[in-house]
Design a protein around this ligand. Structure first.
Ligand code: ZN
Length: 484
């Protein structure tokens, strides 16, 4: 065999050697450390303050007439009672009836501020008979704080103020100014809370270095190939739009139908929309996520994750196979609503389908709509925005090489030393979207350990958070704010 014939094999072998070398250059992380015994004792009792906040039924609803204004007023009073030093010494700003904005002035005005956000509204409890203890009981039995809002997300709000309270009592002043920004209508869009707070910050000319909002968690038992829990710090989130595909028909009696009815046209368009998925993209977030996981995974995965220049097609193919990983790779369009004729023997004059679309960072509402419209047009249908839906482009991805990300990493190491840290894309939407003009980098992370069972309780019955989680959460914010 000539030497030429051997060249491709030699090149392949060479490439493989380089890939192995790159994988070997990322050593496995040292075994995880446990929190030193007694570390959390200093935080005994913080869970009772969270329970008190859970007892206030700050349910937000799309119709303001159905909301309990007294509960929202009581919530503010409870904050003053539970965190007397923080609420007296931090500077309040007028942020409307659903916004709480507190400024902790820093000693070094040359440093860009940080914004700590959370929300104090909760979703309705649903059927109360599904709950083991009443949804607003703040039941503290068995090592838990139970009730609506305990996980989502009064726990972070309580611990942010607890940390500020403790640091203030110790005479601590942060170097950079810290804003606490709490919205009271996140679950219904954030226009009265976060949007109002953001416009007040903009009016003051604030341009924060970074913002920290709810989002990822310390994921336990959710990344099966990792050897430890992984703190997933959201550095991006998907955009959102509802798209209506519609087709017109002639209507009339169904005894002599045309070859294709409006219903048939829409069915074909929906089928084509499902068959032709949006393209898979190795985003900045996904490549940084996989690179950060490399120290915690077996060698085979490390080989894949450290050589994405070569292995990206393999990773894309593997991730496309399951809904949770597929959502990290591409814009998704889920057909959710269908309608056509409302009588068995009448041809539809109009048929429609609604797609709920979650847009990958780097793309846009306009791009997603144009693609669905191209598909629809092949079947005589059109795609437009849904009238009642809202639409927002994805925010830019935030960097991992950043003082904010690094500070969050140090606080995770203090409160969750057993966990690895990785950047992540958050597939739900939060209040963060309102802060694009006043914050540079935006991170989404709640410092509590959550497994699949915990996550299934969010926005569902029997929401709860463990006492240990509450205390670790407070340790996280004390470390983070104490390092500001
Ligand atoms: Zn939330």
């Amino acid at each position: 065999m000539s030497i030429i014939a051997w060249l491709p094999a030699a090149a392949f072998a060479g490439l493989f050697v380089v890939m192995i070398a790159r994988a070997l250059a990322t050593p496995r992380a040292a075994p995880p450390r446990a929190l030193p015994p007694g570390t959390l004792d200093a935080f005994a009792g913080v869970e009772d303050k969270l329970a008190a906040l859970v007892r206030v039924p700050t349910v937000s609803r799309f119709d303001p007439a159905e909301e309990d204004e007294a509960a929202f007023a009581l919530f503010r009073a409870e904050l003053a009672r539970l965190y007397p030093t923080a609420t007296a010494r931090l500077l309040p700003a007028d942020a409307g009836d659903r916004g709480i904005l507190l400024e902790w002035p820093g000693s070094d005005r040359t440093l860009a501020p940080a914004i700590m956000t959370a929300h104090f509204d909760v979703v309705p409890p649903g059927d109360e008979s599904d709950w083991e203890s009443p949804p607003f009981s703040g039941d503290r039995s068995g090592g838990w704080v139970r009730g609506r809002g305990s996980q989502d997300i009064k726990v972070t709000l309580a611990c942010m103020l607890e940390a500020a309270e403790r640091l203030l009592l110790r005479g601590f002043t942060p170097r950079r100014t810290v804003y606490f920004a709490f919205g009271g209508d996140e679950e219904t869009g954030g226009r009265r809370g976060a949007a109002r707070i953001a416009s007040e910050l903009a009016r003051r000319g604030v341009k924060a270095s970074f913002l920290l909002d709810e989002g990822g968690v310390v994921a336990d038992g959710m990344l099966p190939f990792a050897d430890r829990p992984i703190a997933l710090v959201g550095i991006s989130e998907k955009g959102y739009v509802d798209v209506v595909m519609a087709a017109k028909g002639l209507g009339g009696h169904a005894s002599m139908p045309p070859r294709h009815t409006a219903a048939g046209m829409i069915a074909k368009a929906v089928g084509a929309g499902e068959a032709r998925r949006f393209p898979a993209v190795m985003t900045y977030t996904l490549s940084k996520f996989l690179a950060a996981l490399a120290p915690y995974v077996p060698f085979g995965y490390r080989l894949l994750f450290r050589n994405l220049g070569v292995t990206a097609p393999l990773v894309k193919a593997a991730f496309s196979g399951s809904p949770s990983t597929n959502a990290l790779l591409r814009t998704t369009a889920a057909a959710t609503m269908l309608s056509a004729s409302d009588k068995e023997n009448v041809l539809p004059a109009r048929a429609r389908a609604v797609f709920n679309v979650r847009i990958l960072p780097g793309s846009s509402v306009r791009e997603a709509l144009a693609r669905l419209d191209r598909i629809a047009s092949r079947f005589g249908a059109t795609a437009t925005f849904a009238h009642h839906g809202h639409a927002n482009d994805p925010l830019p991805e935030s960097p991992v090489e950043h003082e904010g990300y690094e500070a969050i990493g140090r606080a995770i190491a203090a409160a969750h030393p057993e966990a690895g840290v990785a950047p992540f894309m958050f597939t739900a939407a939060t209040d963060t979207k309102h802060y694009g003009d006043v914050a540079g980098a935006m991170y989404r992370f709640a410092p509590i350990v959550q497994g699949p069972d915990d996550l299934s309780r969010i926005h569902a019955a029997n929401e709860r958070v463990s006492v240990e989680n509450v205390r670790r959460c407070c340790l996280f914010y004390e470390t983070l704010l104490g390092g500001m």
